[in-house]
Design a protein around this ligand. Structure first.
Ligand code: F6R
Length: 240
């Protein structure tokens, strides 16, 4: 894995945006795999800026998001569909019909998840996948467990993830206990991966991810098997 360490969140966000702009220059009709959460927000802001300046063209891009809470309506402000629209899609020239987020309202999660993997395969796979990492080492919502799922699937959120994400939900909002998520195999099929990591609370997860050992206790450690991963982190996350 290539590891890039930056002094600030702003610098790492700019570096991530630069990689995506480069990807779009080389392949305007790229399939981008996208993540939600707080980490990529700075990069999404930078991309919106580049798009405004004419340095990034998303008109031919197809996007697929990693995950979605379950159950949740796309109109719910906490849903990842709503979040993607408001943090990125509303600010760039992407065709909204070519943006894909797992359906948090489906009556048949298994069918929806299987169809998501089939859809990604049918459009030629993901060219560039953006990831964040959970404090517990999760990627997408592949949580630490005895085993990891290969394909897209429904999963229960761990106590640690529920606590970490509680900050987004107000007291009167019910936080979903489950999610639909791309599996480790779905993620590993991406041709290129960037993983953004900031803040000292992620240091343990980052260390385990780079440890040279694979463990289902740290799902991100599986990325060590991928041939093209760039870790983009700040000094606080990288540690001493
Ligand atoms: C979100 C996702 C999650 C987050 C992770 C980090 O789509 O897949 O794995 O990347 O929980 O979240 P933040 O960036 O909020 O610390």
């Amino acid at each position: 894995m290539k590891v890039l360490v930056f002094d600030s969140y702003e610098e790492m966000s700019a570096a991530g945006a630069e990689i995506i702009c480069e990807q779009l220059k080389n392949k305007p009709n790229s399939v981008l795999g996208l993540a939600t959460g707080s980490t990529p927000i700075g990069m999404y802001d930078a991309l919106a800026e580049e798009c405004k300046k004419g340095n990034a063209d998303f008109s031919k891009v197809t996007s697929v998001n990693l995950d979605e809470y379950y159950p949740i309506s796309p109109d719910n402000k906490q849903s990842y569909r709503y979040t993607m629209n408001s943090t990125l899609f509303d600010h760039i020239n992407i065709d909204i019909n070519k943006t894909h987020v797992l359906d948090g309202m489906t009556n048949d999660p298994d069918k929806t998840c299987k169809a998501y993997d089939e859809f990604i395969d049918s459009i030629g796979g993901i060219d560039l996948q953006v990831l964040g990492i959970g404090n517990n080492g999760h990627i997408a919502f592949n949580e630490p467990d005895e085993w990891l799922e290969v394909g897209t699937h429904k999963t229960a959120l761990t106590e640690s993830t529920m606590q970490a994400n509680a900050r987004y939900f107000s007291a009167d909002e019910v936080m979903p206990t489950h999610a639909l998520t791309m599996g480790i195999g779905s993620i590993m099929k991406a041709r290129k991966i960037i993983i953004l990591i900031n803040g000292a609370k992620k240091t343990d997860a980052l260390k385990k991810m780079l440890s040279g050992k694979l463990s289902t206790d740290c799902p991100a450690s599986m990325l060590q098997l991928h041939p093209d991963v760039t870790v983009i982190c700040d000094r606080a996350a990288y540690g001493e």
